[in-house]
Every structure is written in structure tokens, then in C-alpha cells.
Design a protein around this ligand. Sequence first.
Ligand code: PXP
Length: 248
Amino acid sequence: MKLGVNIDHVATIRQARRTFEPDPVTAASLAILGGADVITVHLREDRRHIQDRDVRLLRETVYTKLNLEMSVAREIVDFAIETKPEQVTLVPEKRQEVTTEGGLDVVAQKKVLVDVVKRFRDAGILVSLFIDPEENQISASGDVGAQYIELHTGNYANSRDDISKSKLIEKLQRGMETAQKLGLRVNAGHGLTYQNVGLLVKSLDVEELHIGHSIVSRAVFDGIQKAVSEMKELIFRHSLQKQLGRMG
Ligand code: PXP
């Protein structure tokens, strides 16, 4: 099973100050060194975290697989076709949401999706549709010509008790099997953490797991002790030099 790492939240920290750091392009290179099979970024219509420049540079530097998450807005579709990631994952997008809330309603948007999927396929870009594990959404995904679906694991990730967890796992399993029978390739993601990924890996046989927030959160804690001690050391060293300068 492959790991797709979503690095949007590295850009979220950068955009909090609209500065140059931390750069998601550097994060992508380090994630690949760590074993990431896929790098994912979501270019949102409001550009709240990832910027056009990031996607262009990632296109040049990601030598594994670049997966661009996006809505079907014309401007974003044109940009994606020009930038040529290996894969796009189409998601619903609302301005007010904190993160992608539900799956794409493929049934309701069939007409638009047939055209958009064709544009990507003609450009040699793989198309994945982020959907809830519902039978009608899965068969509609096949109908519109997508090669992949990404099953939304958010409900499983948010469930607290074992009974609902196993029911939601069964639902994901049924969704995966339905999709595979239709010849669709299956990925999964959203809300996965170091705590809940194990059961999912044991229960599903999908190609790629897409994980973002939990990995970026872990990275902050894994690095903060070293980062603080380096700053302390720097302040100490410069204070010492100042004192020696005054003495000399
Ligand atoms: N897959 C999709 C389609 C998403 O929209 C997101 C969030 O950007 C993820 C996976 C990753 O979710 P999380 O950040 O909760 O791991």
C-alpha cells in the first residue's frame, strides 16, 4: 500500500505570515526522502494555503507522483492541464469549510464531470474522484470515465466506539469491492492518524492512502525540541561574543 503525503498545512503555516517559510516544496523533498510515494497538494480557489508557484515548483521537483487535489472550477482545471501533475483528485470545495467536508456528488454533477474527466484523460492525467463509499457514487464515477476513486475515510476516522468503527470499515470494504469489480482503482484518505491507520490497512486493499494533517502535526512535535535548542544556542553564542567584545 502506497503513502500519499498531503503537505497543505506546511503552506498554511507559511501563509499565516505570508512569508517564505516553511516552504512546502522543501517539505515535499524531505517527505520523499522519508518514503512518500505520492505528494499531494490542494490548490484551493481561495489560495488559502498552496499557491500556484508551489504547484509549478512541485511539478519540477517531485519525481515520484504528484497528485493535485482540486475543484472543477474552470480556472483551476486550466491551470492543472497546463501544469500536468500525474494525477488529479477532484473534490467538492466550499469557501467556508475548514477542510474538505464530504465526498464529491458525482451523481448530481455527471454532465460536468464527463467533460472535465475527458479533458484530463486527453492530457494524459489520471483522474481520481473523492467520494463517500456509496454504491450510486461509485458506479457514477465509473460512468464519467475516472480511473480512480478515493474513498472518504472521514466518518471512520471520527468514529469513537468499536461498533461504529467496524460498521464503517465494512462500508468501506463494500465500496472498495464494488469499485474494483467495475474496474476502478481505489485509494482512501481523510482524517487518518497514527492511531486509526492500523485497522484500515488491515481491512482494506487499496493502492494509496492519503494522509496530511496528522503527519504535519507529528512533524511539528518531532522537530520543536531541536529547533528551540538551536535558537537557544544561537542566542547564547551571540551574547557571549558581545560580552567578549566589550571586554576586549
Ligand atoms: N484526501 C482528500 C481528498 C483530502 O481533501 C484530504 C484533506 O486535504 C486528505 C485526503 C488528507 O486528509 P487529512 O489532512 O485529514 O489527513
